[in-house]
Design a protein around this ligand. Sequence first.
Ligand SMILES: NC(=O)c1ccc[n+]([C@@H]2O[C@H](COP(=O)([O-])OP(=O)(O)OC[C@H]3O[C@@H](n4cnc5c(N)ncnc54)[C@H](OP(=O)(O)O)[C@@H]3O)[C@@H](O)[C@H]2O)c1
Length: 294
Amino acid sequence: MKKILLIGGTGFLGSAIACQLAHRLSSVDYSLTLPTRRRERAKHLAVLPNAHVVEADVQDAATLARLMRGQDAVISLVGILRGNFQRAHVDLPQKIAQAAQTAGVRRVLHVSALKAASDAPSDYLRSKAAGEAALQAAGLDLTIFRPSVIFGQGDSFLTLFAKLAKIAPFFPLACPEARFQPVWVEDVAATVVASLIRPQSVGQTYDLCGPRQYRLRELVAYAAATAGHPRRVLGLPDAISWLQAWAMEFVPNGPMTRDNIRSMQVANVCDTNCGFPFGREPSPLEAIAPGYLR
Ligand SMILES: NC(=O)c1ccc[n+]([C@@H]2O[C@H](COP(=O)([O-])OP(=O)(O)OC[C@H]3O[C@@H](n4cnc5c(N)ncnc54)[C@H](OP(=O)(O)O)[C@@H]3O)[C@@H](O)[C@H]2O)c1
């Protein structure tokens, strides 16, 4: 796999994948193409050898067809937590499948989300399931990754809690008992990169979780304390959680929506079929997070 198109590759996980790919492929003649809506947001990737950051609207079929031409593989990473889920999570994978078929690009790796299901309680999780189904129906050499919440340098999860702790005397928290099994961004990236060159990953769906489950209140308290601002976490009752989330929907890029609360009704943890492929052991949060939260 020498020519790789990363759609949604300029974000948190995509950047880690691009860096690992650049490292892994350094001995061969490779190229990474990274479309973005705003080139200045992807400056950190333009410095990678053989990485081409291009300003492009991947939702446009003709643009996507042009980007797809001549590629050996495509990695599909676009995801949002609020906004038009149909467009980002369903229509785009459909367009990617179509463009890949037309261009003869058989190998597709797609990042979905843990607990995506057609009967899930949130639009986010249902749309992620519909995106998986669209790609599965296309008969490509597909691998799907379904991570729990991802942590690491530059995350918008533990880092957000740490930042809020700095300014807030205590933490009023919606869904304090929601369960997560956070997974390190470099572990997810390494699994995507390894899958690219391992034929046995074709047709597989990997649920990716870290080694331990946590309640949201534990994670918030941990991030705050590790950042040097220990705070009391005050779990909000359901009615207030909904009201808080509703109010935050009016804040541009606010940290919570009612759909996020619906997602948290499902435990975001691995059940029996969980496990990293290729013998990889996921890293514990406590071994990594202090390095960037402090
Ligand atoms: N982070 C997590 O905790 C987590 C957990 C489970 C699953 N996932 C999934 O993992 C994938 C990557 O997540 P991430 O945290 O790396 O996301 P991210 O940092 O927010 O990056 C999102 C990427 O998608 C692109 N994008 C966003 N909306 C788009 C749109 N409407 N049209 C075209 N491109 C768009 C962005 O490109 P621009 O350069 O154009 O902005 C960016 O490259 C997503 O599919 C997400 O659902 C993430």
